[in-house]
Design a protein around this ligand. Sequence first.
Ligand SMILES: *Cc1c(COP(=O)(O)O)cnc(C)c1O
Length: 394
Amino acid sequence: MAISFNPPTRTLMGPGPSDVHPRILEALSRPTIGHLDPAFVGMMEECKTLLQYAFQTKNALTFPVSAPGSAGMETCFTNLIEPGDKVVVCQNGVFGGRMKENVERCGATAVMVEDAWGEVVDPQKLEDALKANPDARFVAFVHAETSTGAQSDAKTLVEIAHKHDCLTIVDAVTSLAGTPLMVDDWNIDSIYSGTQKCLGCVPGISPVSFNEAAQDVIKNRKTKVQSWFLDLNLVMGYWGDGGGGARSYHHTAPINALYALHESLVMLEEEGIENAWARHEKMHQALRAGLEAMGLSFIVKEGDRLPQLNSVTLPEGAEDAVVRKRLLEEFNLEIGAGLGALAGKVWRIGLMGSGANSKNILVCLGALESVLSDMGANINGGKALPAAMTVLSK
Ligand SMILES: *Cc1c(COP(=O)(O)O)cnc(C)c1O
């Protein structure tokens, strides 16, 4: 007979999910109520307002999709794009490739603007692609590329897109709450994120937001959205359009997961979003000081790095899979492996949500140094922790 599942307690420092705060886990275990219960509907409304704060937007159409970040991605693409459209997709890592897949599955044409993995999206290349494709209707790009740790200049990319009469689709799965993101100030038209990265919440929900221009495109579609579940015209009957209309059944919301999201957003409001951004940056500086003192180097150049996702090269003599296995088994610590072209060449160390804290940094540096020295890898011993402490004590 099977017995209850009791997961080990890990320290999650990979590309997501990140450590979930006990307050959020406690919220998750509160009693399930009906998804049309007035008490639940009140909480849904508050989630929307809190998400507007997280996204720094007044967009009325801001709500959590009942599925993971990938479903937020599909929500944007399937609702905005129609067969025959032309979409310029910027790719500098794994997730831009998924955008291309989405565009093609919508029956549209993707014009690719490619940059090397580890680099940011080059605004000049986008400009050139738009000049060469005056019939393009949308520009899609990833703000925080989790596969490499590069942070593109979303504000500039949106400006260029608008100059060429294109609406924008922005992946902010890893950026939301971890690095400055201003949906209204930057005039982003549509955006999606996730809960399990810098919100430090459980996985499985995807906050999204659409401005008026994007809503107009959705309302004036010639063809039906091919996904019934993600069709915003239907979903909005459930989440409400902010006009206080009656709610009707569309699907059963992940009720307890939404309690968790609500709690994570309350915690974000308590901390203040600017403080959350500053905390991620400070923790990144401490981790960076430690990793560099140990002798590891970042693959993304300074100034383009995401604080919440640190990609570093493996030192000589380190075996990727063995190191990660030992970190997990001996220290209950998870760090991320390289993806695609970077597999076996880098580690991706996440500092996301409540996991962006000094304890995690010291655990990570200490455990990594212990495993690497034991294996005879080429690192400078004894330097990482003091270097990180110096930044942390500032
Ligand atoms: C994690 C991630 C996603 C996918 O989110 P899921 O919740 O895993 O579906 C999409 N884009 C980026 C940049 C991500 O980091």
